[in-house]
Design a protein around this ligand. Structure first.
Ligand SMILES: Cc1cc2nc3c(=O)[nH]c(=O)nc-3n(C[C@H](O)[C@H](O)[C@H](O)COP(=O)(O)OP(=O)(O)OC[C@H]3O[C@@H](n4cnc5c(N)ncnc54)[C@H](O)[C@@H]3O)c2cc1C
Length: 532
């Protein structure tokens, strides 16, 4: 198994629990509880511009562009961009936020966990030649969603929403009055349904649950500091015989043999490994016979907005008479303790874009700020791709990824619609919308915000591709080897003992955060292997 994040952790757990021996190769370092999780991390810097410059000088010039939790004392869980470069065209920035350590981005994710429905697996609204349709349906994956949720624990309510299937939920913490009233007001005044978000229960165990369970079987060897460069092919059988990798610290080249290879290095890192595996049998890389290796890559169209709530709203919260209790005190709990607006675009008559969008939203803590982070489905398009940039190599001499992903009219129209929805909500509730979602207040901050915003936002207000950190595609699954890289069970058509189970196998994204689906797809692929 290559990579130990959401996909790799689940692959290791399922395969070892099923009786297989697993060598898990992870490019990043092992986690050291004392140094990675000190009890009192540094508070976030006050001057974000100065900090951004400092982080850029230290090699994290891309990672420092994100908001997220990067500044909350966990920049060590994000890659060093100097060691791990990639390229994109000057006119099409792609911001790639990555983690390189045991556990991957499972140390930093916000844990929002939603199921996809048949409205997303089946996409009659998209031109069929784009292949956005998945070769599987909800019924094929439901029991694996159950398994992942039962193992991790997910909070949420059964809301009986057709395009957001209910899961196996546990109840752990109450929704604070401000968020509850926010949801009630929006739903009553606009007819747009707002529900409690669904999030994975926080664990203070610093090793991820799947890795802990895999380790318990005694059948996993977890080897950090192992940067996989390529899959090795047996010249006689044409099958994979293992992988070639570099020791992260000594840069020494090594090989590991295996009967099966599971790529779980994260969407575009796995595509990069497939491309770098070019050899005499597969001159353009493993999976390239389809003609779509690296193609149809997407990310969510992401737009953020917000502002201040009204005095009426504050009065209503006060009248509720509840003391605000923060959901967690662990500084490493980055859970999205918010409300959620499921996609309501399916029923719109005058829509000028395909796909739909959802939003995490609510009122922050005891502040007077309401906020919305909207995620929309981007159209999968052949001309958006990941390839190799052979002129540039990473710290270990491996050719890097080149990503070209552009929003087109569809995404610009969607972003405009998102802004309209936010305004409709604000107007109905008497809230204001403020520049920077209410995060910029002083004159100097506003000036800086305006001068730097073109580096972060596109015309129309959406963030540049990559920013949603929901990158998918490049090795999409399908029923036809001529138009897909892997089978519906993530098995590579070209080399059947290679499986690709991270989000590179997604033909398209649903409207909601997708890590739960990555884990369920991985569990399904493992089940297939164990039964065959
Ligand atoms: C701040 C933040 C918030 C997020 N919030 C959410 C959320 O609320 N909900 C949601 O669904 N998603 C969220 N995400 C996205 C989610 O974390 C990812 O989609 C998910 O982790 C992807 O899983 P993965 O296994 O494919 O990749 P990762 O978790 O990134 O794991 C990949 C692993 O592979 C390793 N690797 C890479 N290359 C190699 C190589 N060549 N050799 C060996 N190992 C390699 C990496 O070091 C890493 O450990 C968030 C992400 C971030 C950063």
């Amino acid at each position: 198994v290559v990579g130990s994040g959401a996909a790799g952790g689940w692959a290791a757990k399922e395969l070892t629990e099923g009786g297989m021996n697993v060598l898990l190769l992870e490019a990043g370092r092992a986690i050291n509880e004392a140094t990675d999780f000190p009890p009192n991390p540094k508070p976030p810097p006050k001057n974000i511009v100065r900090s951004r410059i400092l982080f850029a000088l230290r090699g994290q010039h891309i990672q420092a562009r994100m908001g997220g939790n990067f500044y909350r004392g966990v920049n060590r869980f994000y890659v060093n961009d100097r060691e791990n470069p990639y390229t994109y065209p000057p006119d099409a920035p792609f911001y790639w936020y990555r983690g390189r350590q045991v556990g991957g981005r499972m140390h930093t994710w916000a844990r929002a966990a939603f199921r996809m429905s048949d409205y997303e697996f089946h996409r009659p609204d998209v031109d069929p030649s784009r292949g956005a349709d998945w070769p599987i349906r909800y019924a094929d994956i439901a029991k694996y969603y159950d398994k992942v949720e039962d193992t991790l624990g997910v909070t949420g309510n059964c809301d009986h929403i057709v395009n957001l299937p209910d899961g196996h939920f546990v109840e752990r913490f109450p929704v604070p009055a401000n968020n509850r009233i926010f949801a009630e007001w929006v739903t009553q005044r606009t007819g747009i349904k707002i529900i409690r978000s669904r999030i994975v229960v926080h664990s203070t165990n610093r090793q991820t649950i799947p890795l802990t369970l895999a380790q318990k079987t005694g059948r996993m060897v977890l080897q950090p500091d192992s940067v996989v460069a390529r899959i090795l092919i047996d010249g006689t059988t044409g099958k994979a015989k293992g992988v070639g990798y570099y020791d992260r610290r000594t840069k020494q080249y090594k090989e590991a043999s295996a009967g099966k290879v599971f790529l779980c290095a994260s969407a575009y890192e796995s595509v990069r490994i497939l491309l770098n595996s070019a050899c005499s049998q597969y001159p353009n890389g493993i999976g390239a016979s389809s003609g779509v290796l690296g193609r149809y890559v997407t990310d969510h169209v992401m737009l953020g907005t917000g502002g201040t709530v009204s005095q009426d709203f504050l009065d209503a919260v006060k009248t509720a008479g509840e003391k605000y209790v923060p959901p967690s005190t662990d500084p490493y709990d980055f859970g999205a303790y918010s409300m959620y607006m499921p996609n309501f675009c399916g029923g719109l008559k005058d829509k000028n874009f395909v796909g739909g969008y959802g939003a995490q939203c609510g009122v922050r803590g005891t502040s007077q700020n309401w906020w919305m982070l909207l995620f929309g489905q981007m159209e999968p398009r052949y001309e958006n791709f990941v390839a190799l940039d052979r002129r540039k190599k990473d710290e270990w001499g491996i050719p890097v990824a080149h990503v070209e992903m552009r929003h087109r009219e569809n995404e610009f129209n969607m972003a405009k619609h998102m802004q309209g929805t936010a305004k409709r909500i604000a107007d109905a509730c008497g809230f204001t919308i403020r520049e920077g979602g209410g995060t910029v207040s002083s004159g100097l901050e506003t000036l800086l915000f305006r001068s730097l915003s073109s580096r972060v936002f596109q015309e129309g207000g959406a963030f540049y591709p990559g920013s949603a950190i929901h990158e998918v595609g490049g090795a999409r699954m399908g029923s036809d080897p001529k138009t897909s890289v892997v089978s519906p069970y993530c098995q590579c058509w070209d080399v059947p003992n290679v499986y690709v189970t991270d989000a590179s196998c997604f033909p398209s994204l649903g409207f909601a955060n997708h890590a739960l689906t990555i884990m369920a797809v991985t569990a399904r692929a493992c089940d297939y292997i164990l039964k065959h």
